[in-house]
Design a protein around this ligand. Structure first.
Ligand code: NAP
Ligand code: GCO
Length: 266
């Protein structure tokens, strides 16, 4: 058997939610590079227009659609439109997500609900929209983008950690309910990756020094660096391809070793 052919996505259609930039943009490029037709969505026309130009500049013929993953009607229309434009969705990457960094007792319930709505309910809505078709066709891949906060807590990210912890268990439950339909649902747990979402944690200080959190993360990461979106490209192709057909309910941490490391002794 040609082992590399098991990583091919030729003839497959993939939806990457929130794929206008950041991790989603990198993973969509990777899936396209492995042969998939790729579609992405976001909420902003401006971000969508820029993303289409960015994909084209990378030689990727991506289709972009406006859709808020928390709106069930919009998601149903998105899936129908993609399936008319590109064919049945074989691969769903639940990537769209937000974070609010606020001490829990200062966070409004509305803010908490908004983060959970996007980061946990959104993946539920999107998975629910594609699973019936995948089951009818006898195959499908769902990849939920989890987090270090699927395993660990930290100050100011209560809503995000609750959502990402829930997303880990939603991943395992989709595996349990639909593994028999030959649907593999796994997670990717990125470590600390340099994207717009983490830009505030890496901002230079007024005196030009590195952000304390930047220094903290680099010291906590055995790889000794922040990740870059490209670090997720291979893992995404693996979990989207036949190479992972017997991998199900697994969270693949792509974190430079953070979760394995207690931290440098003083
Ligand atoms: P990002 O740079 O903030 O990008 C988030 C993307 O999601 C944007 O395209 C955004 O576009 C879209 N989005 C947000 N809310 C949406 C909604 N309701 N409906 C549709 N699209 C929505 O984030 P990132 O760093 O690339 O992270 C991507 C995913 O990885 C997130 O789930 C994040 O939690 C997770 N993650 C990130 C890291 C990291 O260190 N960066 C680590 C672990 C996990 P619009 O605003 O235009 O809609
Ligand atoms: C934070 C960061 C993290 C990363 C990621 C780590 O404020 O702690 O934003 O949450 O985004 O989730 O895996």
């Amino acid at each position: 058997m040609d082992i590399l052919s098991s990583f091919s996505l030729a003839g497959q259609t993939a939806l990457v939610t929130g794929g206008a930039y950041g991790l989603g943009f990198a993973m969509a490029r990777a899936l396209a590079g492995a042969g998939a037709r790729v579609a992405f969505n976001c909420r902003s026309q401006e971000n969508l227009n820029k993303a289409l130009a960015d994909y084209a500049a990378c030689g990727v013929d991506a289709r972009g659609y406006l859709c808020d993953v928390t709106d069930e009607t919009q998601v149903a229309r998105l899936v129908e439109t993609i399936e008319n434009d590109l064919g049945p969705i074989d691969i769903l990457v639940n990537n769209a997500g937000v974070i609010r960094r606020v001490p829990m007792t200062e966070m409004s319930t509305e803010e908490f609900r908004q983060v959970v709505d996007i980061d946990l309910v959104g993946p539920f809505i999107c998975a629910k929209a594609v699973i019936p078709g995948m089951a009818d066709r006898g195959h499908g891949k769902i990849i939920n983008i989890c987090s270090m906060m699927s395993e660990l807590g930290r100050e100011t990210v209560s809503a995000y950690a609750a959502a990402k912890g829930g997303l880990k268990m939603l991943t395992r439950n989709i595996c349990a309910e639909y593994g028999g339909a030959n649907i593999q649902c796994n997670g990717i747990g990125p470590g600390y990756i340099a994207t717009p979402q983490t830009a505030p944690l890496r901002e230079r200080q007024p005196d030009g020094s590195r952000h304390p959190f930047d220094q903290f993360i680099v010291s906590k990461t055995p790889a000794g660096r922040w990740g870059v979106p490209e670090d997720l490209m291979g893992p995404a192709v693996f979990l989207a391809s036949d190479a992972s057909n017997f991998v199900n309910g697994h969270i693949l941490y792509v974190d430079g070793g953070i979760l394995a490391y207690i931290g440098r002794q003083p």
